[in-house]
Design a protein around this ligand. Structure first.
Ligand code: SF4
Ligand code: SF4
Ligand code: FES
Length: 284
């Protein structure tokens, strides 16, 4: 923390801005009065209210996304002083220990909507692809479900903390950015379909692989465990992972991603062999 006697009068925030999808990016610098116990979200609110750069030029308010303000929703993730993290839990006093300027950039693996606001819908497409849900059908009382062992609960709990924030895919060298632009005359619906197709064939990423472990561990979720493992063997599945382990190092929830990747890698191989045997048995 900044010692009281050393507190600066002002500090700077440098932001990589972009006026819309596919537009060129540019830097802007803002000067703010120092106050103790600010976080990056409160800094962005002050910048929006001020709408003036450090050289006095009038500008539009910087755009960002946030929801919970307590590191649960994952929406406020950005690159702060070179490190991908949540802006709601990034404390200014701590950041200023490295110098009087804070640098903010949007994540690089997702299309920019505007400024620091990115479109993470590819991650949600991956969750749909792996059937990241418990198949409990019907609106009537189904009665109590099967019990889960204490051991499985303890393995599942940390995995359930994933907030689809994107830190792991930002750090993953195998997760390339997919950004499409709407063609002239293309309807919104056709554009959305084309995006979904592109996202579906891209690498699902470590967060979705870890959610396969979570849902396959659940006593009801495991009813479609083999469907999820089939997805892991398809285009964009686990074979893309190069095991660099960057993902696990940046996860703010300390989710054991490499354990999940190892487990799903073994289960996918076994499942694929079983599918071959099943097909062979049917042919005879
Ligand atoms: S696994 Fe961790 S880093 Fe990746 S999306 Fe989930 S919470 Fe974020
Ligand atoms: S271990 Fe796999 S998923 Fe994680 S960063 Fe490396 S390549 Fe990406
Ligand atoms: S606002 Fe939800 S994680 Fe930061």
């Amino acid at each position: 923390m900044i010692a009281h006697a050393n507190k600066p009068k002002t500090f700077y925030v440098k932001i990589l801005r972009q006026d819309g999808p596919g537009k060129p990016s540019y830097w802007q610098r803002f000067e703010l009065d120092y106050e103790p116990e600010l976080n990056v979200i409160s800094v962005l609110q002050k910048i929006a209210a001020k709408a003036k750069t450090s050289s006095g030029q009038k500008t539009t308010p910087v755009c960002w996304d946030c929801g919970c303000l307590e590191e649960v929703c994952g929406a406020c993730t950005m690159i702060i002083n070179g490190r991908v993290r949540q802006s709601c839990s990034a404390l200014v006093d701590k950041l200023l220990e490295d110098g009087l300027e804070i640098e903010l950039r949007p994540m690089t693996k997702f299309p920019v909507v505007r400024d620091l606001f990115v479109d993470r819908s590819r991650m949600f497409t991956a969750l749909k692809k792996i059937k990241g849900w418990i198949p409990a059908d019907g609106y009537y009382d189904l009665g109590p479900g099967p019990k889960q062992s204490r051991y499985d609960q303890e393995v599942a709990y940390p995995l359930s903390e994933c907030m689809t924030c994107g830190c792991c895919v930002e750090a993953c060298p195998q997760y390339g950015k997919i950004e499409l632009t709407q063609r002239s005359g293309e309807s919104d619906e056709a554009f959305e379909d084309r995006k979904t197709d592109a996202y579906t064939s891209g690498f699902v990423g470590p967060a979705a692989i870890s959610q396969v472990v979570l849902f396959n561990l659940h006593p009801t979720g495991k009813m479609i465990a083999r469907d999820r493992l089939d997805v892991m063997a398809q285009e964009g599945g686990i074979q893309i992972c190069g095991n660099a382990q960057n993902c696990v190092a940046v996860c703010p929830k300390k989710i054991p991603l490499t354990m999940s990747i190892g487990k799903i890698g073994r289960q996918t191989t076994f499942n694929t062999l079983r599918r071959w045997f099943d097909r062979g048995a049917k042919a005879h």
